[in-house]
Design a protein around this ligand. Sequence first.
Ligand SMILES: C[S@@+](CC[C@H](N)C(=O)[O-])C[C@H]1O[C@@H](n2cnc3c(N)ncnc32)[C@H](O)[C@@H]1O
Length: 205
Amino acid sequence: MLNNIGFDLWADDYDKSVGLSDEDGTYPFAGYKTILNAIYNRVLNASSKTVLDIEFGTGTLTSKLYEHGCEIYGQDFSDRMIELAQVKMPNAKLFQGDFSNGLAEPLTQQKYDAIIATYSLHHLTDLQKVTFLKSLLMLLSEGGCIYIGDVAFENRVALQKCMVETGDEWDDDEIYFVYDELKAYFPRMQFEQMSNCAGLISLQR
Ligand SMILES: C[S@@+](CC[C@H](N)C(=O)[O-])C[C@H]1O[C@@H](n2cnc3c(N)ncnc32)[C@H](O)[C@@H]1O
């Protein structure tokens, strides 16, 4: 698992390497653009105004929403990722901080129409995911929605199948979303498989 320095070093090359993995249709980023486009369309179609992006990286998704007038809030622990994102979104409220220590205090003082987390929360254990998602639900405004795009599967059988197909490239340090296990905690959770390895999870209060 990369730390903040590792992500600092990856930041300038991030968009390119993610794009290549997506275009090749290979794990882990196969489906990346499809997922980001789907979230982008849903956030705008729901007329969401305030958007929180958890671990926004270079701001690929949120900068597009910013251009459409959304008010963007976010947290990431990589200084370089924040620099790159802030250039694209000068007025976005972007905070530096490790999620292991929780959300930056000002971010907890706000309600959001949409909360986005793409390719980020897989460093949390399954139980930590449940606790964190519950805390995020409290930050949603009426009718708001959480969108999680990541390496994710309908069930553990599908995860195991992808793991075997991926072979040595599979990252054992990352803990991917398994929808039918999380749904036990969140009955309103919805899931769409977007590629052989990626899925989109939506969750409303
Ligand atoms: C794989 S990138 C995803 C970036 C972006 N969401 C996207 O979809 O392209 C993961 C991001 O999460 C950040 N990150 C990873 N672990 C973190 C943590 N514990 N706390 C805060 N940010 C973290 C990294 O700095 C990086 O920007």
